[in-house]
Design a protein around this ligand. Sequence first.
Ligand code: SF4
Ligand code: SF4
Length: 152
Amino acid sequence: MAVPFTCTDCGRCCASLGRSISIERRATGRHYDCREAVRRETFRAEVSEEHRLAVPSLVGCPFLVWPSPERSACACHGTRPRLCREYRCASMRIFDADGTERGHVGGRRSLLTDDPALRALWDAGEGEEEAVWRERIEAALAGTGYRAEWYD
Ligand code: SF4
Ligand code: SF4
């Protein structure tokens, strides 16, 4: 059975991709006119009431906040730019022996694939603890001719 994608709020996307976002001016108390440099778009961000007093991260997007040390949040989630709305999180990509991408992993273990062999290999470890799972899947992928690129 497929594991649904779960965003872990690790903040990596906002710390890296979010560097393309800059505030050009403060329009009102909670509204900011911004520029996003990848798509070269402008947008008006509205900081949510919940995060109004949050201190922004020193790294990455100016709207990245950390309500707790383990979990990040977007202070302008409802008005975030297209780049963020269309972002597809990847922690791993899997290629076959010909170099064709056969799988894309979002979050920690959410596999997107149309390859039944890869799916079966993946689902065999459902419920395993993280370190055990990773060791097993690395060996299994290597042993069946796949090549994995991890992004952590
Ligand atoms: S989308 Fe991915 S990188 Fe971004 S916070 Fe969620 S798990 Fe982390
Ligand atoms: S606008 Fe929000 S979702 Fe987009 S990079 Fe910044 S914090 Fe992340």
